[in-house]
Design a protein around this ligand. Sequence first.
Ligand SMILES: CC(C)(COP(=O)(O)OP(=O)(O)OC[C@H]1O[C@@H](n2cnc3c(N)ncnc32)[C@H](O)[C@@H]1OP(=O)(O)O)[C@@H](O)C(=O)NCCC(=O)NCCS
Length: 141
Amino acid sequence: LNPKSRVLYARERALDVAEFRRVLVESGLGEHRPIDDEARLREMLAGANLVVTARLDQADRPLVGVARGVTDFCWCCYVSEVAVSKTAQGLGIGQGLLDEARTQIGPRVTLMLASYSNAVGFYERIGMTRWADSFLFKREY
Ligand SMILES: CC(C)(COP(=O)(O)OP(=O)(O)OC[C@H]1O[C@@H](n2cnc3c(N)ncnc32)[C@H](O)[C@@H]1OP(=O)(O)O)[C@@H](O)C(=O)NCCC(=O)NCCS
């Protein structure tokens, strides 16, 4: 990837499932997501109301990053995926996706997410607060 390529961030309401899947795979996050269940990936996109994308400013506008969240746009936002294609990692795109998500939800809204251990340093680096007493009921499958 040419590090000088301009990156375009946007909220998208109809992200193509194949593009979403490709970035999950290319980022490494696909290991933890249902990439072989296209119907479920489709539901994940259809049910999310905040999908933020990073695309290169080239003719075909390739998708290089995505953040997917659910929010009420007034109090809380849960971000389930932040994924950047390996060839585009380390260029500020992960941070750019979360900046765009915060712009979209505005200052009244807390953005929360759960990190995999390999990404903890990233969330610390971009200034997120570690919230110790968070709880969950884990999905069964
Ligand atoms: C984690 C991830 C989203 C970060 O995106 P990215 O575009 O590579 O990160 P950025 O370039 O915006 O990084 C911002 C800063 O965090 C640092 N950083 C990035 N990844 C890091 C990591 N895993 N550990 C420690 N620091 C990291 C960068 O060096 C950069 O620091 P700088 O400002 O001093 O240059 C991306 O690497 C990824 O998709 N990883 C695989 C999927 C994943 O684990 N997703 C998160 C779990 S849901």
